[in-house]
Design a protein around this ligand. Structure first.
Ligand code: FAD
Length: 461
């Protein structure tokens, strides 16, 4: 039988309706559709999809089990390698990972691996997650700093190996960017809580409101634990550094999204977090963070929402799905445009942004063509809110609190191929080591570090 060339579609909320709520946009596959989609998999002998997965999920096998209707077995295969499948099934950039390697790309669309992963995770959650098996304790203790995808993955894997793991998190909730950054309509917070609960059931203890480097030092953790993993992420916003950036109404993406997601500004009056967005919002940048800001601004009441980006659509770093959803929702893309000044009114409130038109020149260090300003092409756009989403840098607090932790050019922690920092027994991974990247790469780094920590603990005997 010929293989269907396209992925099975996933039903989703109507764009006009969904910009009036914060409910999740796609609804997920039904069991019948999941089985049909799984049957598209060719079960290639060399399984190139697995090579594209930083956490080494056994993709062909879980898909095979779905195709045969063995959902419980499929969950088992999936969970051997990942403790955050519902998260990955929603936010992973599959097109650059597993799906980007799928053999079906030769004839059409890849198998919808992400959607199948999401289906399984949701199936298991609805049914009731089976408590994980506990491993015999090794007697070794590890402290994990930061409860983002890197820290949680490292903690979960170490617990599965029998080590005692305690996580120290600065905020009052776990998940890192999954909780404070990625909006509810893309990743419902109840799902993040459910996956974190599973990790806790593995035996991991999580302590909140502990700012390592201030409340407690890494050296103090090293005195109490056999090893330390640092997964503090890249939460320091980058700024445009143009005049007017301190005007009222100019937010960093981090502040804006934290107010809306973690502090639930959208749920007024149940949550009284101030965050006023009306009139015209402009987001600067074109990554996932920028798409989240632009789409959130519409849901928060903006009548018009712009993405202002200095390159073209081809160079946009956001996932295809995010760009597609933003366009469907009416976000207006002003490309080859760069801001040069924010203009305020007499009360210090932003009222406009002065921009300049750009053209693409020769490729820069990133391999993308460098945007070059076109002389005398300045123009002004009236705006009421500016959201700066041009990237984040590694959090400096932990490296600054321990001078032996060497950092590199962009403030990221220097680590070796096993994730060990320049301090013996202290490992690091995720955005704090790579700079702002992706959930799955952070999880991959957490997994690799867990293995290296295990080896280190064995060698310490
Ligand atoms: P984080 O998720 O940042 O977690 C770090 C944790 O450490 C946080 O909980 C923080 O509070 C805590 N911490 C920091 N300092 C301290 C301290 N001193 N003491 C104790 N705890 C501390 N990636 C994708 O793959 N797909 C997407 O769709 C996507 N969308 C994104 C949207 C937004 C808005 C943002 C900001 C990022 C997005 N990313 C996406 C990137 C992805 O979320 C990150 O790469 C990933 O979360 C990094 O994981 P991490 O564990 O290294 O860091």
């Amino acid at each position: 039988m010929a293989v269907k060339k396209e992925k099975h579609k996933m039903p989703e909320q109507d764009p006009k309706k969904r910009i009036t709520n914060f409910d999740e946009v796609p609804f997920g596959y039904s069991p019948e559709v999941a089985i049909e989609e799984a049957k598209r998999c060719l079960q290639c002998k060399n399984h190139p999809c697995t090579e594209g997965c930083p956490v080494e999920v056994d993709i062909p096998n879980f898909i095979k089990e779905i195709a045969e209707g063995n959902f419980d077995k499929a969950v088992e295969v999936l969970k051997t390698k990942t403790s955050l499948p519902a998260v990955c099934g929603r936010v992973c950039p599959y097109e650059n990972q597993c799906e980007g390697n799928c053999t079906l790309l030769k004839i059409g669309e890849p198998v919808a691996i992400g959607r199948l992963e999401r289906f399984l995770a949701d199936y298991e959650r609805k049914k009731g997650v089976k408590p994980p098996k506990k491993t015999k304790p090794t007697g070794k203790k590890v402290a994990v700093v930061g409860a983002g995808p890197a820290g949680l993955t490292c903690a979960g894997d170490l617990a599965k190996m029998g080590h005692e793991v305690v996580v120290y998190e600065a905020l009052h909730a776990p998940g890192g960017v999954l909780m404070y950054g990625i909006p509810e309509f893309r990743l419902p917070k109840a799902i993040v809580h459910a996956e974190v609960d599973y990790i806790k059931k593995l035996g991991v203890e999580v302590n909140y409101d502990v700012v390592v480097g201030k409340t407690i030092l890494v050296q103090e953790l090293l005195d109490d634990y056999d090893s330390v993993f640092i997964g503090t992420g890249a939460g320091l916003p980058n700024w445009l550094n143009i005049p007017g950036e301190s005007l009222d109404g100019v937010y960093s993406a981090n502040e804006f999204l934290t107010r809306v997601n973690m502090m639930k500004a959208y749920d007024f009056p149940h949550h009284c977090t101030p965050c006023k967005v009306g009139g015209i919002a402009a987001t600067f940048g074109a990554g996932n963070v920028a798409m989240d800001c632009a789409r959130t601004s519409l849901r928060m009441g903006a009548k018009k929402s712009y993405i202002i980006y200095r390159r073209t659509e081809k160079e946009m770093p956001a996932r295809n799905e995010e760009i597609h959803h933003a366009k469907q929702e009416g976000v207006i893309f002003k490309l080859l445009t760069s801001p040069i000044e924010f203009i305020g009114d007499d009360n210090g409130k932003i009222k406009a942004v002065k921009c300049i038109e750009m053209k693409l020149g020769e490729p820069d260090d990133s391999g993308r063509r460098r945007p070059v300003p076109i002389p005398d092409s300045e123009f002004t756009i009236e705006i009421d809110t500016a959201l700066v989403a041009i990237g984040q840098s590694p959090n400096p607090l932990v490296p600054e609190s321990m001078k032996e932790l060497v950092t590199e050019k962009w403030g990221n922690l220097k680590v070796d191929e096993n994730g060990e920092t320049t301090v013996k027994g202290v490992f690091a991974g995720g955005d704090i080591a790579t700079g702002a990247a992706t959930v799955i790469l952070a999880m991959g780094a957490g997994k690799k570090a867990a293995r290296a920590i295990d080896e280190y603990l064995k060698s310490k005997k």
